[in-house]
Write a protein that binds this ligand. Structure first.
Ligand code: FES
Ligand code: FE2
Length: 438
């Protein structure tokens, strides 16, 4: 397979969205090598708390160890391969016990005991054989409470990988007067019948909202106008929906910033600093905690989404995080989480919950309209109705400074061009030429 023939600067071949062999390469060369988000520290507060997830095609367990550290282990018994944790999350006590033959392990994966141990005497499976332990991810690190793991020992560290995209977590945490967030321990999980790249491209695709979400945005705007005409102030959550009906020109004036590794930012387009009593109380808390200048800096970051390529969309001003777990070329599990700002007024949390339920929930027209487009895109690209996907919009109009691509047009397809640049870099790096697994 010649990958270079599939990716051109202004178009990509349809097979990158549909071919199972390319999906396998993506898992091997991107997801199973780069830093992947596992969860938030507050998801596993007590010893033995665990959460299961996939890193690429690998079933993993994020677990809180007795020394308070967080481990990320393969969800696989070293004896005959049975998954150790069958649930999404739970508490496994002081260790893991395999349900098949009761081998047991400490929370760091080291063998604790095996039944009828003398049956192994004289074999090469001695207790000091590392093959007796549950295998761990090669690297685990966290940034401001957000836990990541990489299945290979080599490559950039977490901070280098995140680069400028770390602002996603700064912007979220700095809105708390104690600088921390706490996960709301339930997420929406949505099975997308489409390739993971549609979601990532869509997050910064400012050309689509006024079309795709017109049926929600326009009625919300009418209600807002009627409430105002009656002399009242419409609640902020109408604004969440009505902004989708902004004009093409308005969307074109919203900038995107496109970083190395495929990360990116869609700058803010919603007014999220109303002057109601709750907001004023929250802002006063932040001034008290950080001083007026810092607080203003934190509150005026111009962000709508931050993308951590290839799997996260973080809406930091509203404490939302969406994470992709790709399962096949045409199947992607997405998790939609939201967070509380520790120490902030309850009303600020309710604002996040409104957004979570009104925009990001699978029950809303917003999310459903996006999902429908991505499914139809998958079907269209599986057809022989054309070989190429166009990424031409505003081609040639981008500026690049230190590897950061900017466009003066919010609706530019520079977003997708930048993501495919990172994609090509990952896929052309053949790990079979080196031994990387820890
Ligand atoms: S497979 Fe786990 S103890 Fe046998
Ligand atoms: Fe959308």
């Amino acid at each position: 397979m010649n990958l270079q023939e599939l990716i051109e600067p202004d178009r990509v071949h349809r097979s990158v969205y549909t071919d199972p062999a390319i999906f396998d390469l993506e898992m091997e060369r991107i997801f199973e090598r780069t830093w992947v988000y596992c969860g938030h520290e507050s998801q596993v507060p007590r010893t033995g708390d665990y959460h299961t997830l996939n890193i690429g095609r690998q079933p993993m367990i994020m677990v809180r160890d007795r020394d308070a550290s967080i481990r990320v282990l393969y969800n696989r018994c070293p004896h005959r391969g049975v998954e150790l944790c069958g649930n999404q999350s739970g508490n496994t006590g002081n260790g893991f016990v395999c349900s098949y033959h009761a081998w047991s392990f400490h929370l760091d994966g080291k063998l604790r005991a095996l039944p009828l141990a003398k049956g192994y005497e004289g074999t090469r499976l001695t207790r000091d054989n590392p093959d007796c332990n549950v295998k761990a991810a090669a690297r685990v690190d966290s940034y401001r409470g957000f836990v990541f793991a990489s299945l290979v020992a080599e490559g950039p560290g977490l901070l280098e990988f995140l680069g400028e995209a770390r602002v996603a977590f700064d912007d979220m945490c700095d809105r708390s007067p104690v600088g921390e967030v706490e996960i709301v321990p339930h997420c929406h999980r949505v099975m997308q019948h489409s390739n993971w790249k549609f979601f990532m491209e869509n997050q910064l695709d400012a050309l689509h909202p006024s079309v795709t979400h017109q049926s929600t945005g326009v009625p919300a705007r009418r209600v807002e106008q009627r409430v105002r005409a009656e002399g009242a102030t419409p609640p902020l959550h109408f604004h969440y929906l009505s902004t989708f009906a902004s004009s093409f020109d308005q969307w074109d004036s919203v900038q995107t910033v496109n970083f190395p590794h495929g990360h990116g930012i869609l700058k803010g387009y919603m007014g999220l600093r109303p002057t109601d009593a709750d907001t004023l109380e929250h802002e006063a808390q932040l001034r008290e905690a950080y001083g007026a200048q810092k607080a203003e800096e934190f509150l005026s970051r111009n962000i709508h989404h931050v993308l951590v390529y290839p799997y996260l969309s973080v809406q930091s001003p509203l404490q939302q995080l969406r994470c992709l777990r790709p399962l096949a070329a045409d199947r992607t599990l997405s998790e939609i989480w939201h967070f509380r700002l520790k120490g902030a007024p309850e009303a600020i949390y309710r604002r996040s919950m409104w957004y979570f339920n009104l925009v990001n929930s699978p029950a809303t027209p917003i999310n459903a309209d996006d999902l429908e487009n991505w499914t139809k895109a998958q079907w269209g690209l599986q057809s022989r109705g054309g070989e190429w996907v166009s990424l031409h919009r505003n081609m040639g109009g981008d500026t690049e400074v230190d590897g950061v691509l900017m466009s003066n047009n919010g609706t530019s397809e520079v977003v997708m061009r930048n993501q495919f640049r990172a994609w090509s870099d990952y896929l052309s790096d053949d790990p079979t030429t080196e031994s990387t697994d820890a």
